[in-house]
Design a protein around this ligand. Structure first.
Ligand SMILES: Cc1cc2nc3c(=O)[nH]c(=O)nc-3n(C[C@H](O)[C@H](O)[C@H](O)COP(=O)(O)OP(=O)(O)OC[C@H]3O[C@@H](n4cnc5c(N)ncnc54)[C@H](O)[C@@H]3O)c2cc1C
Length: 419
């Protein structure tokens, strides 16, 4: 038997859930299928930062040089596992091209407009903790620097953000101490982005799941897409471990797994998984007041109501979720050099979560219709911004399916831009 639905969303991460929500708001009948538990891809235990400040794409000048230096350091925050793969070779080539100054300059306004449009949409999913909804804490984000060189380099990016209208403070040591009052910080200075925010991503996923269910979305967890039937350039049936579905429109929100899900359809998506880790402690001896990024070590530190989370590293190593204990220890050991009072013993023995960021070579997500398949829309490749950009992505996809002009210009996000 084939179950009928108007729109089938593949993937129950932040992007798939937000897409299902905005489609349901437009009175579409929606089914969402997820191969594991909802949120269990990359969306539930990440750093939870909502970052309008992150206007610089992953592919930027200097990244290649830094990356090459880090490649041979087992404790480094960035690593590409050498393997024979044409897709990886092509991805690295495209990444190098996108890292040029001019390309980065072109990407900045694209990310800025998406991030600005996404931020207010969080109001659709958050609220007071009393109401049971996830709370978004609008406390800003502190970047912390131990070296003047790293601080100077990022001040240029901070100036760009300021020119775009973001509120930014450049802090010396004293300013840092006055801003982060929760604990001692050992650093030369910082940059404070006033308009960033954070939330607990696990609560966000729970809140999204109840929102979509309230809006009559059929949510089918533990249901893996295994193949498709094509007819005259359209997907006629989606095959899953929970039976077949026929849908007028199919949205692919499969995160890092997106390329393999649609490979059999001949759709090529240049997305590489960028593995990262997080470790959460429930009894930190000291806690920062503000969420922070420890700049040189590339570690995010997020204070939640009852816990503290450390997140970091980016390993391009395929669809592999295994944990490199050495790299995690390297990440945790680096924390103490920024927060000398912090006791890392609990963290060093806590369970490690790993997640795969879906990374495109140009650092921009892919949002738009697939070229040769009429009823397939792609919403993937959000790399380190998938929580921040999930609401606007869902809204744009719903607008496209409704035949409306997207509220944000999506020309630069087209799946065909890599052809
Ligand atoms: C350490 C770390 C920290 C991060 N911190 C932040 C942050 O602070 N702020 C931020 O904005 N972003 C952050 N990110 C990035 C963010 O987590 C991701 O960009 C985001 O979760 C991607 O969401 P998604 O819905 O596209 O993918 P996913 O959450 O991975 O969802 C895709 C889903 O598709 C499912 N799936 C795969 N194959 C199939 C199939 N065949 N059939 C059905 N379902 C399938 C998967 O199981 C998965 O659940 C971080 C990532 C990491 C690793």
């Amino acid at each position: 038997m084939v179950a009928k639905t108007d729109v089938l969303v593949i993937g129950g991460g932040a992007v798939g859930l937000c897409t299902a929500y905005y489609l349901a708001q437009a009175d579409r009948s929606v089914t969402l299928v997820e191969k594991g538990k909802i949120g269990s891809g990359c969306s539930d235990k990440n750093a939870g930062l909502i970052v309008p400040s992150h206007i610089i794409p992953l592919a930027a000048p200097g990244v290649i040089k830094k990356g090459l230096r880090w490649l041979f350091n087992p404790n480094s925050p960035f690593y590409i596992k050498p393997r024979f793969s044409l897709e990886l070779a092509s991805w690295v080539w495209q990444f190098m091209r996108a890292s040029r100054e001019q390309r980065m300059r072109e990407s900045i306004p694209v990310l800025h407009h998406l991030l600005q449009a996404s931020y207010p949409l969080f109001m659709d999913f958050t609220g007071s903790q009393e109401s049971g909804a996830v709370k978004m804490i609008e406390d800003g984000l502190l970047m912390i620097y131990r070296t003047a060189k790293a601080l100077e380099a990022d001040v240029r990016d901070a100036e760009r953000a300021r020119q775009l209208g973001l509120e930014v403070s450049i802090l010396d040591q004293q300013g840092l101490t006055q801003t982060e009052t929760g604990l001692a910080v050992s650093a030369v200075g910082g940059i404070f982005y006033h308009q960033d925010a954070h939330l607990d991503p696990q609560d966000f996923i729970a809140s999204l799941t109840s929102k979509v269910s309230e809006n009559a979305v059929q949510v089918k967890a533990e249901t893996e897409v295994t193949g498709f039937d094509l007819h005259q350039g359209k997907i006629r049936t989606v095959k899953t471990t929970g039976g077949d579905f026929s849908a007028n429109q199919v949205v692919l929100a499969g995160g890092s797994w997106s390329p393999e899900i649609v490979a059999a359809l001949g759709v090529k998506l240049p997305i590489q998984a960028g593995k990262g880790y997080s470790v959460t402690v429930s009894r930190p001896n000291v806690k920062p007041r503000l969420p922070a990024i420890l700049a040189e070590a590339k570690i995010a530190v997020t204070p939640f109501a009852d816990s503290l989370r450390f997140s970091g590293t980016l390993e391009i190593a395929g669809l592999d979720l295994s944990v490199s204990t050495r790299r995690v220890q390297g990440m945790l050991n680096a924390v103490q050099s920024y927060y000398p009072e912090m006791d890392m013993q609990e963290a060093l023995h806590a369970p490690v979560w790993s997640g795969l960021r879906p990374c495109t070579p140009d650092g921009l997500p892919i949002i738009g219709r697939a070229e040769d398949i009429d009823n397939l829309l792609i919403a993937a490749g959000h790399a380190m911004l998938g929580i921040s950009l999930a609401p606007v992505t869902g809204k744009i996809v719903a607008e496209m399916i409704e035949g409306k002009a997207p509220s944000v210009d999506v020309t630069a996000l087209s799946p065909t831009r890599f052809n």
